[in-house]
Design a protein around this ligand. Structure first.
Ligand code: NOJ
Length: 584
């Protein structure tokens, strides 16, 4: 049901369920009164590629529900679902045409309710994605704006401007889309004459909303309530640094080599301030999140907000998680840190200090649906800016065995850190990036908008393997798969790894169990000196963690090894290996 404005209906709210994870759930692994998000391990489900129940080759909500037990069994605390809303899928669902309904490709609202109920029964919290910076141009709000004259209330929902030049033939400014090409598209008036331009920081089918308009703000509060009333435990907020644009929309040229969601290049020096694009990290965004926080605080069960904000330096990112704003922000400086001990120590130290200074937990993340999977990225031999992706002709082709070894070591280190960690579906299987997707199978708008110059993100979005010898590797009963799965993924399938000592799946399972047993997420980091510059050595709640990022073995400390990311013999910690030991 929708109200006259095409926003979420508030009548439905009254009858909807009010609680998130039930406090009385026997299976709940977490204390419903605790600020669970401070130490949670949150597993990202990318619905298109997780599990397909309908057989059309695109994952769906019923597919996810059927496989939820595997995630509970893995030992994560929560799932984050990438968008499943009504959408023409031009940007895999980050182009939302109705924020309060499920796209038929994924199912319907009843399927969502079933998924959420089952997740809660299993003790898993459910976080949904919210995409407030832009809507699909198919959204009724945008269609109404297009059908209304310049200067109308409907147009004021988005960022429409007259063009420059005598005939308005030039875009209103020089901004470029994050996916490549101009960030403006010209409209055509009802009489066929060229009209105003609208802003889209991403694809031309993703029009930026105008957040200086109170109408937009009200609609999103309705949307938050719609999902909170349905019982979700939180929101991952897309482009949380982008909603507010600088007054006057001044021209801006990003630094050379950029391509990241931050609109600039991330600096190796994670404390260095980068120039601020006029469309990102503007002060005005914080008022929006303060308002949302007040809404969430009305609800029981510690609902949470996590910012997807590609902002540097970390000190600036901390502004998103001040006590009256969001609860967490993705730590992209950590994700962008190379497999290098000094850099890792520095980013861990800065993260704990900077997030801690505003009372927020640090988060940790190594992979998601926008970056080259870390089992490939950590052994690349050439620079690879976020969003560019990897294809057959990219410089610095991956080194698979080394990449997997480093990925396992990096994950073992990450899961020992205090704070909250994010996992991306398939990383627990050690999946690499798929580099050799045929050009005509690619779907990422980045690929099309750069004329194939950037491969984009399809390589990390290939449907994941469940059973090595089932159709579509268990992803879909018909064998369909919206992106082709590599034949060698048989060996990565969950059933090929389950119960197999030394497999990546068992490593993740063991690490998550030990993390929980020792409550490492609530601990502290104490650096251990004397193991050389190539070893990240720390202690957290009685667990000693040693990660060797160098190229020579180092002597192990005495003590019982609780977890090892790779073979450890003769008291030597090999390169690209992490161990957890019981501290004496
Ligand atoms: C960030 C999302 O993670 C990405 O997948 C999407 O393309 C952009 N935001 C635009 O919504």
């Amino acid at each position: 049901m929708r109200d006259a404005l095409g926003a979420c209906n508030t009548v439905e709210r009254v009858t909807a369920r009010h609680s998130a994870l039930p406090a009385a759930s026997a299976e709940a692994r977490v204390d419903a009164d605790a600020e669970w998000w401070r130490s949670a391990v949150i597993y990202q489900v990318y619905p298109r590629s997780f599990a397909d129940a309908s057989g059309d080759g695109i994952g769906d909500l019923r597919g996810i529900t059927r496989r939820l037990e595997h995630l509970a069994d893995l030992g994560v605390d929560a799932i984050w679902l990438s968008p499943f809303y009504r959408s023409p899928q031009r940007d895999a669902g980050y182009d939302v045409a109705d924020y309060c309904d499920v796209d038929p490709v994924f199912g319907d609202l009843a399927d969502f309710d079933t998924l959420e109920t089952r997740a809660h029964e299993l003790g898993l919290r459910v976080i949904v994605d919210l995409v407030p910076n832009h809507s699909s141009t198919d959204h009724r709000w945008f269609q109404e704006a297009l059908g209304s004259p310049a200067g109308s209330e409907e147009r004021a929902r988005y960022i429409f401007r007259d063009g420059r030049g005598d005939e308005g033939e030039l875009p209103p400014n020089n901004w470029q889309s994050i996916f490549g090409g101009p960030a403006w598209t010209r409209t055509t008036d009802a009489d066929g004459a060229p009209g105003q331009w609208y802003l889209h920081l991403f694809d031309a089918t993703q029009a930026d909303l105008d957040w200086s308009n109170p109408w937009v703000r009200e609609r999103f509060v309705d949307i938050l309530r719609f999902w909170l009333d349905r019982g979700v435990d939180g929101f991952r907020v897309d482009v949380a640094h982008g909603l507010v644009k600088q007054e006057g929309l001044p021209d801006y040229t990003p630094p050379e080599g950029s391509g990241s969601m931050g609109g600039g290049a991330f600096d190796d020096d994670i404390t260095a301030a980068a120039p601020l694009p006029p469309y990102f990290a503007q002060d005005g965004v914080h008022d929006i999140y303060r308002e949302w926080r007040r809404v969430l605080d009305e609800y029981d069960g510690h609902r949470m907000l996590v910012a997807e904000a590609w902002v540097e330096p970390l000190g600036r990112l901390a502004e998103w998680v001040r006590p009256d704003e969001m609860h967490q922000a993705f730590n992209f400086p950590y994700l962008e840190t190379k497999w290098h001990a000094e850099g890792i120590r520095e980013v861990v130290d800065s993260s704990l200090a900077i997030f801690g200074s505003v009372g927020a937990p640090s988060t940790w993340v190594l992979s998601n649906h926008d970056v080259v999977r870390h089992a490939t990225r950590l052994a690349l031999t050439a620079e690879n800016p976020q969003g560019h992706g990897i294809g057959p002709s990219s410089p610095g082709q991956p080194v698979p065995e080394l990449g997997l070894q480093r990925a396992r070591a990096a994950t073992a280190l990450m899961l020992a850190l205090p704070g909250s960690a994010y996992l991306y579906q398939g990383e627990e299987l050690g999946l690499p990036e798929v580099v050799d997707l045929p050009d005509d199978e690619r779907e990422d708008p980045t690929w099309f908008r750069t004329g194939g110059e950037r491969y984009g993100r399809d390589g990390c979005r290939v449907p994941i393997p469940w059973e090595g010898f089932a159709p579509a590797l268990g992803f879909s009963p018909t064998g369909e798969s919206w992106l082709p799965q590599p034949a060698e993924w048989t060996a990565f399938a969950r059933d090929a790894q389950s119960g197999v000592p030394g497999s990546t799946l068992e490593l993740y399972r063991a690490a998550l169990a030990l993390r929980s047993e020792h409550a490492l997420g609530l601990g502290t980091v104490e650096w251990i000196p004397g193991l050389g510059t190539d070893v990240v050595a720390l202690q957290n709640r009685g667990v000693t963690v040693l990660a060797n990022a160098g190229d020579a073995g180092v002597e192990l400390l005495d003590g019982e090894v609780l977890l090892a990311s790779g073979p450890v013999d003769d008291g030597v910690l090999p390169p690209d290996t992490t161990v957890w030991m019981r501290a004496d």
